[in-house]
Design a protein around this ligand. Structure first.
Ligand SMILES: Cc1cc2nc3c(=O)[nH]c(=O)nc-3n(C[C@H](O)[C@H](O)[C@H](O)COP(=O)(O)OP(=O)(O)OC[C@H]3O[C@@H](n4cnc5c(N)ncnc54)[C@H](O)[C@@H]3O)c2cc1C
Length: 460
């Protein structure tokens, strides 16, 4: 590689924009971002409809693990943000209980509380081995919490059976509880609501989450090619071909499009690598927004829905994030997320009606609110969650080393295919660290080189 490599970046989502921002910050000039869409931001884009309601592609909250990203967010937002304390709830058994479920079960039916506590105490006494997410749930929480919340809720989120998922992603994503905390909750009435990394978060005052990435665009505009989808990559000639017929030479390539699609678009791929991509699984979603012409009458931020009677797994009161999400004051914007996959088909033509029925069934809306619906919005990304399947790490362990041998870094939510580092801050930092690694030899610290045997088995 030359000491001044020609860098091509595929995708202008948070990962590609993070890389571009870092390159301009360093004053480096030999690079380009190729983006298929006519806008930047990827899955972190926001859209405003012709009625003036602003939507994210699912409820995005901003919290960060990295000082560099915090500084960048501060620079982009200035003082134009709201800072919120998480108010998250779970709706089940016809009532709201505080999130996380497993820390706050006392409000449920006595029989449910009994099954959860008895199962947890038993599970924590036993030493059980586990090899997949379902077995991990059973071993850590016992059959009661598994049956009433963990298994049905996670199926709604992932659209994938828990036995097909690994457990290496859990870290910050699932609150692991001990039986003493549960007994304190049930017997002493102590609720625990502050668990997790996002218990306070920021949100842009105007323009939704995408405001951030529109801001980043101004730093990369001179090197940005919008409406330029990549069609194929020749790793031998080190050349990217775009659909418009142009070719782009590179010394190093940062890919942020989905890893399986990258492999599909490459020439001269070894058969083992091509076969390995079948181990990558994902889910898509229907994101439905419903704008209602009346005040929210609630301070909630978002609510989780483990039960199968409503399609969505989460509803965000997006209008509680900023007064400018709705065109007029005293209006409400619900943003709902419903997952879909081969295991969980969700027809698109009925989803908006089913979501409205679900909002009424769970009492977020009244029947009479139907007449007050000012707008609805549907966005259905084919790929929204990179599923941490039991086959994922073996696939990554085959694909990623080969890509690296070809001068290709594949990073970001679907580029790295690692849900555990798939948030905006992780993604933007993977872009930044790619640049520091390629230009200065700095180690990458955010991206994790998963491989076969990573998942292994566990015991508790
Ligand atoms: C429902 C949902 C909720 C979320 N909630 C949060 C949250 O609360 N907090 C948080 O931090 N993160 C959240 N995220 C994650 C966040 O959206 C991602 O971290 C981030 O968007 C990933 O950035 P990326 O650049 O890696 O990928 P993407 O955003 O997917 O960007 C990839 C880009 O590549 C482009 N591209 C694809 N194929 C090609 C091609 N052939 N040629 C050229 N360009 C191409 C795409 O158009 C896109 O712009 C959520 C995501 C979803 C789906």
């Amino acid at each position: 590689m030359t000491s001044q490599p020609r860098i091509v970046i595929i995708g202008a989502g948070p990962t590609g924009l993070g890389a571009g921002y870092r390159l301009q910050e360093l004053g480096y000039d030999d690079w380009v971002i190729l983006e298929a869409a006519d806008y930047v931001g990827g899955l972190a884009t926001s859209f405003t409809d012709d009625k003036g309601f602003t939507y994210d592609i699912g409820g995005h909250v901003m919290f960060s693990h990295y000082a560099y990203y915090d500084d960048l967010v501060d620079k982009l937002m200035g003082g134009d943000y709201t800072e919120l304390e998480r108010e998250a709830w779970v709706w089940m058994e016809d009532r709201f209980i505080p999130y996380p479920f497993q820390n706050n079960i006392r409000a449920l039916e006595p029989q449910t509380v009994f099954e959860c506590v008895e199962g947890l105490v038993r599970a924590q006494r036993e030493q059980r081995t586990f090899e997949n997410f379902k077995e991990w749930v059973d071993a850590l929480f016992g059959p009661g919490i598994a049956k009433h919340f963990m298994i049905p809720y996670n199926f709604k989120v992932w659209a994938t059976p828990a036995e097909l998922m690994n457990f290496v992603w859990i870290g910050e994503r699932v609150s692991v509880v001990n039986s003493e905390a549960v007994l304190r909750n049930v017997l002493l009435g102590e609720d625990q609501v502050s668990w997790g990394p996002n218990n306070t978060f920021k949100y842009p005052l105007r323009g939704g989450t995408g405001f951030l990435y529109d801001g980043l665009r101004t730093y990369v505009d001179d090197h940005l090619e919008l409406e330029t989808p990549v069609a194929s990559i020749d790793p031998v000639a080190k050349q990217v071909r775009t659909k418009d017929g142009r070719t782009w030479d590179y010394d190093v390539l940062l890919n942020t499009m989905p890893l399986n699609r990258l492999v599909d678009s490459m020439e001269s791929v070894p058969e083992t690598v091509r076969a390995a991509k079948d181990g990558l699984h994902w889910s898509g979603s229907h994101i439905v927004g419903v704008g209602v012409d009346r005040p929210a009458n609630s301070t909630k931020n978002w609510i989780y829905f483990p039960e199968p009677d409503v399609p969505f797994y989460r509803v965000t009161y997006l209008s509680n994030y900023s007064p400018y999400i709705t065109p007029k004051p005293d209006q409400t914007l619900f943003l709902t997320e419903t997952s879909r996959s081969q295991h969980k088909p969700e027809p698109a033509d009925t989803i908006v009606d089913r979501v409205i029925d679900g909002l009424i069934a769970t009492r977020l809306m009244d029947e009479s609110d139907r007449d007050l619906i000012a707008t609805t919005w549907l966005c259905s990304p084919d790929m929204s969650y990179p599923v941490p399947s039991t086959t994922r790490d073996a696939a990554l362990g085959t694909i990623q080393p080969w890509l690296r041998s070809q001068g290709i870094w594949s990073r970001g939510r679907f580029g790295a295919w690692l849900y555990e580092i798939g948030n905006m801050d992780h993604s933007a930092m993977q872009g930044v660290e790619f640049v520091d690694h390629v230009l200065s030899g700095e180690p990458e610290t955010v991206w994790i080189p998963r491989g076969e045997g990573e998942q292994g088995a566990g015991i508790r």
